[in-house]
Each structure stands twice: as C-alpha cells, then as structure tokens.
Ligand binder design. Structure first.
Ligand code: EPZ
Length: 422
C-alpha cells in the first residue's frame, strides 16, 4: 500500500487545474442504461471510482471506452442487458446503487446488491426504494440483494415526498422517472450541482425535466431517450479542498475552472475565517487576508448549505485558527475519523457525537497518520503541508478514489510532497 510523505512549511504559489466532478460522473455514467444510443461524457475525472463504475456497467453489458487518458467516457448500451449488479463490484463503491433506477426504467426489473456499510455511516437506501415503490416497483431484500420489479412491466409517474434531501435517491428517481408512464414530482429533492448536471445531460438525451436545482423536480416520462454528448461539471469538492491549501500554508493559488456558485456556502466560511477568494478570468484566486485565520462555526447541510464533503478539510484549517470552532456534522453519523489523526499532529479537538470542538493551536507537528476515508485522507495531507516537520499518510488508496494526480497538483504550487511505495 502506498503512502504520501509531506514536509511542512513554505508558502504556495501557482495554479491548480480542477477536474470534472467525481460525484457527477458517477451518476451520469449509469444514464447510458436509459438509451440504446451512445452517451459520451467529456471532462471525466481519472479516478478509481470511475474505473469501478466502468467495471459495473460492462458487467451489465454496456460498452464503455475510455479515451484521451480517461477524460472521455464513450458508452453505449444496445441490445439485451444483464440486470444483476453483483456484490463483489457494488461493495467497492456505494454509488453503484445508481444503476437501480435506470435498470428498472429500461428493463422493468433489476437485482442490485446492497452496497453494505461504509466507514462514514450506515447509508441505507430506504428513500430510494420507498420512492420507486410509489412508482409501482415491488422491491424486496433477499440474500443481500434488492430484487425490484415494475408491476405491469413499466414504472408509472408518482408524487414523492422525500423525508430527507438525499442526493442518490434524487438521482435514482429522476433517472427512473424519465421513462415512466406519466409525471413524477419529487418534493424535498436534493439541489446539489451534480443533480443539475444530471438533469442537463438527461434533457440532452430527450428527457423532460423541470425544477432541477430546486426542492421540487418534475419529470414528464417519455417513450425513449436518444444519445448525447455531455461535459461533466467542475468538481466543487476538489475545488474547495485545494482552496484550503493557500489558506493553510500562505501564499496565493489560482484554481483553474473554479466557480463561486459551486462553493458559495464554503466561501462564506472562508471569508469569515480571513481568507480572500477572488474571481478571475480562468477560475478562483485564494489567499489569506492578513496572515491570521480566525475560528468559525460550521454546520454541514444539504446544498446550498456547507457540504459535508468539505468538513474534514475545513477542520484541518481550523486546527490552527485563533479561537475555538464548533463543527456540526448533520449528514453522516460517523464522519470525524480524521479527528484522532489530527490530534496525533497536536490538534486540540473534542468530539461528542455529531459535534467536534476545535481549539486552535499555534502549529501542528508532523506525524505518521492513517487515512480512513476519502475526504479524511486529503485533510491529513493539507494538515501535513502546514505542519512543522514530516507527515506520512498511509492507506492513500482512499485518495485515489476522488483526487486525480494529487501529488503533482500540490507539488506544482510548491508543496514538498511525494508518494512512496511501501
Ligand atoms: C452523495 O452520497 C455523495 N456521493 C457523497 O459524497 C456525499 O457526501 C453525499 O451525497 C451528501 O452530499 C456521490 O454522489 C457518489 P445521501 P449519497 O443519499 O447519495 C441518509 C464523497 O466523499 N440516507 O444524500 O449516498 C444517508 O445515510 C461522498 O464523495 C438515508 O437515510 O448521500 C446519509 O446519512 C461521500 N436513506 C444522508 O442521508 C437513503 O435512502 C445523506 O445521504 C439515502 C440516504
């Protein structure tokens, strides 16, 4: 297993290109199941999660060709397809559950393994299955698989009230509804930019969708969808992650392709902490306002609130802020696993349930630490870049799921960082 070694100190300068969004690509790829014609995605990120989704779609009978070093995913899904998503693929990545809606819409039945537990939480699928049941699907759980069947062979439109604005459930229902008979309304739908990006792609394929980006999405079912070419939206989580690099290390970095609208709530917190974000012709420029970082309180919420996927990275910044910050994690039940690792580096953090209280210390000290999940791993790298001494982050395979070329991108702006094979 590889590790990443970071030597702290030194300010940063230069540019970091931001890739296409992992979490958009992982829902755009299953959309190929909705049409017999080719779907091509450009600006796709080169990540292990994308390779896992490719493996899953191929196992269902889709043809997936990665071109231009993985930045283009050309897919087509004509003829008979397999409707069983096997456990040995699904267990590697929860987003595999996003084939459930498309398979049901296309074939009228599907067997999708439950993803199983995940480090950050139980992550059940009740909102997905309750919504599909309202659309006429009979779903039962047997031998670890969801066995779903659309009564009468096809789904029908329904009004669905989500108890929580689930991102994945919004995506699954939206895709399923494109080919259902009649109109589907999702109330309390998720509003993330990845939802808007999926709706844009589905409309390009001929779907009739309104209200994406708001809490009420209306989908008018159509008989069939055609092929399309779609550019994957910029990754707002990679963007926010790298915006924290100059905030923590000093200096000034431009994030190429960055857009304020993708990270508005995050930028409000950066502003309160004393970090300036300036829009440029080619992205966002980030620098500390006057050297000191101030404590801020953060509560994670569904978009447009502060994203849970940036909570770990923000905590790394607040470890050396002036004052005490309170971080509330409202989306997942176990998303503070980075805290004990940051404490090993000298941070002063107290975790009680879903609340972490961070009292700023003067400097973090480099130490051997362990990555526990995707976003925790990158928060440890950021902390190491700002710490005194050397930090060695082990189990960096977590990183490869969501951050392409992380060493090259950070070294490109002056970080002293390298990846070593253990
Ligand atoms: C998506 O996961 C993202 N993944 C996650 O990013 C992100 O953290 C999450 O949305 C929240 O923004 C992808 O898009 C591939 P949810 P998803 O359904 O769809 C509960 C990363 O680091 N819930 O909005 O699984 C669930 O347990 C990953 O890139 C139910 O109870 O998130 C969780 O507590 C991590 N029942 C909360 O809702 C359900 O049926 C949010 O889940 C579904 C969800």
């Amino acid at each position: 297993m590889d590790s990443i070694v970071v030597k702290g100190g030194g300010t940063l300068s230069g540019q970091i290109p931001i890739a296409g969004a992992k979490n958009a690509c992982l829902t755009l790829m299953p959309a190929t199941l909705l049409s017999e014609e080719p779907l091509t995605l450009t600006n796709a990120p080169r990540l292990s999660d994308i390779r896992t989704m490719t493996e899953l779609l191929r196992s269902l009978g889709a043809e997936v060709t990665s071109m231009q070093d993985g930045q283009v995913q050309a897919m087509s899904c004509h003829g008979q397809i397999n409707t069983r998503a096997e456990y040995d693929i699904v267990r590697k990545m929860r987003a595999s559950n996003l084939v459930l809606g498309p398979l049901l819409a296309r074939e009228g039945h599907a067997e999708v393994s439950l993803p199983g537990g995940c480090a950050i939480g139980a992550r059940p699928m009740d909102i997905h299955t309750d919504g599909l049941a309202l659309m006429g699907a009979d779903i039962d759980l047997r031998d670890g698989y969801l066995h779903a069947k659309a009564s009468g062979g096809s789904l029908k439109g329904a009004v669905i009230d989500f108890p929580f604005a689930s991102v994945g459930a919004t995506e699954n229902i939206m895709m399923a509804a494109t080919l259902a008979k009649g109109t589907t309304v999702i109330n309390n739908a998720a509003r993330e930019p990845e939802i808007v990006d999926l709706a844009k792609c589905l409309r390009a394929m001929g779907a009739q969708i309104d209200g994406d980006g708001t809490s009420r999405i209306e989908i008018q079912g159509v008989d069939r969808l055609h092929g399309a070419t779609h550019r994957v939206v910029t990754d707002r989580i990679e963007l926010g992650t790298y915006m924290l690099a100059p905030a923590m290390c000093g200096g000034e970095v431009e994030l190429l392709g960055g857009r304020i609208d993708l990270v508005a709530a995050f930028c409000e917190k950066l502003d309160a902490a004393g970090v300036d974000v300036t829009e440029t012709e080619t992205g966002l420029k980030v620098a500390r306002r006057n050297g000191e970082i101030k404590a801020v309180n953060v509560t994670t919420e569904p978009f447009p609130g502060f994203p849970t996927d940036l909570q770990a990275q923000m905590m790394a910044l607040l470890c050396t802020a002036e004052g005490t910050s309170v971080l509330e994690e409202k989306i997942f039940e176990n998303r503070f696993m980075h805290a004990p690792e940051l404490i090993r580096m000298g941070a002063d953090i107290e975790v009680h349930g879903g609340t972490a209280t961070v009292t700023g210390v003067n400097k973090l000290k480099g130490a051997p630490v362990m990555a526990t999940d995707l976003r925790a791993s990158v928060s440890l790298i950021l902390a190491g870049m700002a710490a005194e001494g050397e930090t060695k982050v082990s189990r960096v395979y977590h990183l490869d799921r969501g951050y392409e070329h992380v060493v090259a991108k950070l070294r490109g702006v002056g970080a002293n960082i390298e990846r070593i094979k253990e």
